[in-house]
Design a protein around this ligand. Structure first.
Ligand code: FMN
Length: 203
């Protein structure tokens, strides 16, 4: 019998500000050999339109498979569908609360619940500021269960030149959590470098 190595990652995008983080993850993983299984909430679709130039269809096309929010019969609703785990980027406080309390009333909550019961990796790119005690308690509860709470905070030691640099660095750190170490910084640095060169030539 052949051993099957999971290279599937579930990607949830919810209605917190910072939809670009979910989009950038999909862009980076596209063509990497990692299968992405995408579910977006209703409010994720709304913030996507509000905050980015991308359409819902364009984002869904970046994923290997895309599911409807109410599709509880989807493959990712079952633990027998082997995955590396799930990332929710960005993760709203509503979705955080639903996961912390085991609600399974949409496919994002259900897939996260399955990842927890199967003891797979769950990474929540939580976004709210400031946090209230409910948010903090929910995060602590999940962190104690091994969930990675990863707010999308920028670093400055890598001397980001623009917002894209910051987004790419955060997206790369999220992907690192799944032991997927893509050569993304080089790739994106290359693009950014050429963009900078073009800009210099234009000036
Ligand atoms: C433009 C916009 C930005 C929002 N930003 C946040 C946020 O940063 N964090 C958050 O928890 N909710 C935020 N919300 C509210 C959520 O969208 C709302 O609570 C929603 O019910 C979340 O549902 P979901 O988790 O199913 O996507 C925002 C809503 C809008 C319209």
């Amino acid at each position: 019998m052949q051993e099957t190595k999971p290279t599937r990652l579930i990607v949830g995008i919810t209605g917190a500000t910072g939809t670009i983080f979910g989009v950038r993850l999909l862009q980076m993983l596209h063509g990497s050999g990692v299968e992405t299984h995408l579910v977006m909430s209703k409010w994720a679709a709304r913030t996507l339109t509000h905050e980015t130039p991308y359409t819902l269809k364009e984002v869904q096309a970046l994923a290997t498979h895309s599911y409807g929010l109410g599709d509880q019969g989807a493959a990712i609703s079952s633990g027998s569908f082997i995955t590396l785990g799930m990332v929710i980027a960005p993760c709203s406080m509503r979705t955080l609360a639903a996961i912390a309390h085991g609600l399974g009333d949409n496919l994002i909550h259900r897939a996260a619940d399955v990842v927890l019961k199967e003891r797979r990796r769950l990474v929540l790119v939580v976004r709210e500021s400031p946090f209230n005690e409910i948010h903090l308690e929910n995060m602590l509860k999940l962190s104690r269960m091994g969930v990675v709470i990863l707010p999308p905070l920028p670093a400055f030691y890598n001397q980001p030149q623009n917002l894209d640099d910051m987004i790419n660095h955060i997206a790369m750190r999220i992907i690192d959590q799944f032991d997927i170490h893509l050569d993304v910084m080089n790739r994106w640095d290359g693009m950014l470098l050429s963009e900078r060169q073009n800009r210099t030539e234009e000036e």
